[in-house]
Design a protein around this ligand. Structure first.
Ligand code: HEM
Length: 500
């Protein structure tokens, strides 16, 4: 072979060797990176092994498919690794906290009060973070304080609120009586019957207007809320517009007026633009109606399904436990009689009914875990390091189902909340801190007073007026929730009879 040809061969070998070395270096770098990617941060809570790049995503997905609910899936890990576990899902860290002490401590830590950003949630407010559930930092603190203070001033947690809820409960008794008559032994479809009345009472508090439960506008809005169309709803925009036309400055009639007054105080009329985007733009929190509508949206979203599904679960448990229903009726007849409906003043005299509400809250498990929190800075927690930006879920279900505390957590037994009193009757125990249905700390439920009043007023009025039975020949409906924004009941029917 000639010298030139040899040179070419040599060059080609050198070229291929260089490529080979580059590929080998790349593969080696990838292997080192992949190996390093299986490591967790120092003092990270225990949890399943990480695969490179995807963490434990595949295993988690498989377990979720098997156990259906996230809290159950996490519980599998808790049984294996203890009360604080750390998972890496893709590039993200997820911490789950279970057990009373750890949950209470975690919920009280200010470092865990953040929220993760979510494209879906931001989308409803045109890509900007607004509202109260999914915001954090100073803006969240200010908006939360404002909402709490003004809702309180407008009646949240006060007597006036009772009459609003009571009106809804009484209308529901009439509607259910009619529906029960029509349906006969076939039974009334129950899982959604509380949604409109609960939404209606919230609507009255926020907007000052009351619609009949048959009103088409209310039904349309209920549809939007229950399908979780978390967009700026046309109903919300319309209502804000109506308020702007009819309000007198400094004389708020409801939450929307109060908010509009505050906006004016902070930012003048500058935001009252004509185009939709500008009108609901989110440059400055107080300079547009966008934040107001996002808060209302949050209150409807967080307040409607939680309360109405707890009440629907109440009916479901009564179908399973006719003896409990009979005891409620006995107490109501003895304490209230049949000439009037119970009121908030009667609450201390109805220990059994209150114990049943506690037990419904414990067993229905509609909010088994808090909304994910976000760790705002690297934090030392119970011997572990929780990295900044990790999501943290507090497993409330672990408290409701603690065998050591409750003894028989899977049994529906309201008597666990009662103690004998001096006169041979029953007295309600103080609400145990194990029943953390409304969360704790700075992120605690903002609507708790309304939720508590709604549960009591609806449950006592409905139980006073009506009796529920399982339709003859039908299997009892499952008490297991159906996964959604909150874990509601599945579809079920009940025969509804007026008691007198
Ligand atoms: C039975 C009914 C209810 C239950 C079980 C419930 C439960 C909860 C829980 C556990 C949290 C805390 C979440 C966390 O730590 O991330 C929460 C937050 C919240 N709840 Fe409720 N809730 C109920 C009713 C309501 C009602 C009626 C309203 C509105 C009027 C409401 C509005 C909110 C809001 C706005 C938050 C977010 C607070 C924040 O992030 O600062 N809830 N709720």
């Amino acid at each position: 072979m000639q010298q030139g040809s040899w040179d070419k061969v040599e060059l080609s070998i050198q070229f291929h060797a260089m490529w080979l070395i580059a590929v080998l270096i790349l593969v080696l770098a990838l292997l080192i990176f992949a190996y390093a990617d299986t490591k967790k941060p120092h003092d990270f809570p225990p949890g399943p092994k990480c695969l490179p790049f995807i963490g434990c995503y595949l295993e988690f997905k498989k377990l979720m498919k098997q156990h259906k609910f996230m809290y159950r899936t996490l519980n599998i890990y808790h049984e294996k690794y203890g009360p604080i576990i750390g998972l890496r899902l893709g590039r993200r860290f997820l911490i789950s906290v279970s057990g009373k002490d750890a949950v209470q401590e975690g919920l009280s830590r200010e470092e865990f009060d953040g929220r993760q950003r979510s494209f879906m949630v931001d989308h409803r407010t045109m890509g900007v973070r607004r509202g109260v559930i999914f915001t954090d930092g100073e803006e969240w603190k200010e908006q939360r304080r404002f909402a709490l203070r003004n809702l309180r001033d407008l009646g949240l947690g006060k007597r006036s609120m009772e009459s609003m809820i009571r009106e809804e409960a009484l209308e529901l008794v009439s509607r259910l009586t009619e529906m029960g008559k029509k349906a006969g032994s076939e039974g009334v479809q129950m899982e959604k019957v509380y949604t409109i009345p609960v939404l209606s009472s919230l609507w009255t508090i926020l907007s000052g207007q009351r619609y009949s439960q048959e009103d088409e506008k209310l039904k349309k809005f209920t549809g939007l809320v229950t399908t979780l169309s978390r967009l700026i709803t046309s109903a919300g925009i319309e209502t804000v517009e109506e308020h702007k036309k009819t309000k007198s400055d400094g004389e708020p009639r409801d939450f929307i007026d109060t908010y509009l007054d505050e906006m004016k105080k902070r930012d003048g009329e500058a935001s009252y633009f004509s185009g939709l985007y500008e009108k609901f733009s989110f440059k400055n929190v107080w300079s547009s109606e966008g934040q107001l509508i996002a808060i209302c949206d949050d209150l409807f979203g967080a307040g409607t399904e939680t309360t109405s599904y707890t009440l629907a679960f109440g009916v479901l448990f009564l179908l399973h436990h006719p003896d409990v229903q009979a005891k409620i009726h006995e107490e109501l007849d003895r304490v209230i009689g049949r000439d009037r409906f119970p009121t908030l003043d009667d609450k201390p005299n109805l220990p059994y009914l209150n114990a049943v509400i506690y037990e419904i809250r414990r067993c229905c498990n509609i909010v088994p875990m808090t909304v994910p929190h976000r760790c705002v800075r690297d934090t030392e927690f119970r011997g572990y390091t929780i990295p900044k930006e990790a999501s943290i879920i507090f497993n409330l279900w672990s408290l409701y189902m603690d065998r050591d505390y409750w003894g028989d957590p899977h049994v529906f037994r309201p008597e666990r909340f009662l103690v004998p009193d001096e006169s041979g009757g029953w007295k309600l125990k103080d609400e145990p801190s194990w029943l953390l249905t409304f969360g704790l700390g700075q992120r605690r439920c903002l609507g708790e007073p309304l939720a508590r009043a709604s549960l009591y007023v609806f449950f006592s009025v409905i139980s006073h007026g009506l009796r529920f039975k399982n339709p003859p020949g039908c299997p009892l409906p499952s008490t297991e929730g159906v996964q959604g924004f909150v874990a509601g009941t599945g579809p079920f029917k009940a025969v509804v009879e007026p008691r007198f």
